[in-house]
Design a protein around this ligand. Structure first.
Ligand code: ADP
Length: 431
């Protein structure tokens, strides 16, 4: 056996936290020192894991002064749509919105944070979520905020809510569509497509998770902005979050320059933990950036998430198409439905407005015909797509009107329109 000690340690360990802590934490320039961070995580865990006493499932709103019953209901409904930027969960159910006081179109919102402000450092996103919802009612035109910190028992309720509602239950609801993005080989733009599909779905107001299952060649953290961090609470992980997408990647738990040597059962275990220990908060879609080719991960995905739908990314080249076909056929052999082909790097439009087919043409269509599925779209080569990936601002955010963005949006709409694939009866499920 050639596996190193990291493999052995992790295989005997059931805790995701321990498993990930066996890999050095990634260091980023604008982050606290590694030591401080581990201290923080420990104390967060301690604080959040103190014994839970009560659950907080009902809206925690009060002081809705001067409102008709109808307006009060509109405000309550709006508050139920306020999503916590950190956990992706509902802010009212988490008990984070303590009260809303509305008078003459002015809302005073009392926020009560569960633990050290550090893990809610980005309160501007939290405020945006609340302001957006309140203003959308047409009843409120100004919002102010006050902050306090939860008492121990309120914290307990917060943790209980997170753990009972989102962890011990199946993290993925029955209707969560799992969009596995695969390719025959690396470098065809599979991760870029995964990230932008996830953002595109979230822009359509779906709740979206993105699992970077490309454990050896992870690039999702860089593409979604390097500043977002997952938070470890006990044995659970609150995913990192950027552009309204909750995401987890092995890259968030490893040093940039450190190879990850996971294979066979360990890889399976890591994926299982990514699926079951991460608080995905019941997303509508879970996009999975698959590793290129066929192999262990495809097998694991097949057993762990048997309802995954496969979408294959290829370039227009004939040689790429035949390699991509192998990954599609492997999925089919595993009884995972291949639902569509996405052609990337289809053409380049020069300053002279001429179309240059740098990688030939027809590969995507050919593959779709061979597999009897639809070619869902053709994404052009664009410098902004590449630079956006490098800088952590995906093209759907940086250049939403570009041809590449338009092609991606069209693909997103096609995926939504396709609807869920047929469920496989008797399939295994992660609980
Ligand atoms: P894969 O996941 O298949 O290995 P990536 O998504 O990492 O591929 O893409 C490989 C490189 O190609 C990245 O630098 C990415 O920014 C770039 N890239 C992908 N698609 C395009 C495109 N349509 N136009 C320009 N650059 C692209």
């Amino acid at each position: 056996m050639t596996d190193n000690s990291m493999t052995d340690n992790s295989m005997t360990d059931n805790s995701m936290t321990d498993n990930f802590e066996s890999v050095d934490k990634k260091t980023t320039a604008n982050k606290q020192s590694e030591e401080n961070e581990l201290d923080d995580n420990e104390s967060i865990s301690k604080q959040l894991n103190s014994s839970a006493t009560s659950s907080q499932d009902s809206p925690n709103l009060k002081h809705l002064k001067d409102l008709s019953t109808e307006s009060e209901q509109i405000i309550k409904d709006a508050m139920l749509n306020c999503i916590d930027p950190l956990t992706g969960c509902n802010l009212v159910s988490l008990g984070i919105i303590e009260s809303v006081d509305i008078h003459m179109g002015m809302a005073k919102v009392a926020i009560i944070l569960p633990c050290q402000p550090e893990i809610y450092s980005n309160t501007s996103q939290l405020e945006e979520a609340v302001v957006g919802q309140l203003k959308s009612t047409g009843i409120v035109n100004k919002v102010t905020f006050s902050y306090s910190t939860m008492t121990e028992s309120e914290k307990d309720a917060y943790v209980l809510h997170l753990e009972t509602t989102y962890q011990s239950k199946n993290q993925l609801k029955d209707s969560t569509r799992i969009i596995a993005v695969s390719s025959g080989k690396g470098g065809v733009g599979k991760s870029s497509v995964s990230v932008n599909l996830a953002i595109g779905l979230s822009q359509l107001k779906y709740r979206v998770g993105l699992l970077d299952a490309d454990v050896y060649g992870f690039s999702v953290p860089n593409m979604l902005g390097p500043n977002s961090e997952p938070v470890i609470i006990g044995n659970s992980v609150i995913p990192a979050r950027s552009y309204n997408v909750n995401f987890v990647s092995a890259g968030l738990f490893a040093n940039d320059d450190q190879p990850i040597i996971w294979r066979g059962p360990m890889l399976h275990k890591a994926l299982e933990q990514f699926l079951s220990n991460v608080m995905w908060c019941e997303p509508d879609f879970l996009v999975v950036d698959m590793p290129p080719g066929t192999g262990d991960v495809a097998l694991s995905i097949a057993s762990l998430i048997p309802d995954a739908e496969f979408y294959v990314v290829t370039t227009p080249q004939k040689s790429a198409e035949s390699v991509a076909q192998r990954s599609a056929l492997a999925a089919k052999q595993l009884k995972l439905p291949v639902r569509g082909i996405i052609e990337n790097m289809s053409y380049f439009k020069g300053d002279d407005n001429k179309i240059y087919e740098l990688f030939g043409s027809g590969g995507g269509k050919q593959l779709a015909d061979n597999l009897n599925v639809k070619l869902l779209g053709q994404i052009p080569l664009e410098v902004d797509l590449r630079s956006g990936s490098d800088s952590g601002t995906p093209i759907l955010i940086s250049h939403p009107e570009s041809s590449a963005s338009m092609a991606i949006k069209q693909i997103v709409e096609s995926i939504v329109k396709l609807g869920p694939a047929k469920k496989r009866l008797g399939a295994l499920k992660i609980k």
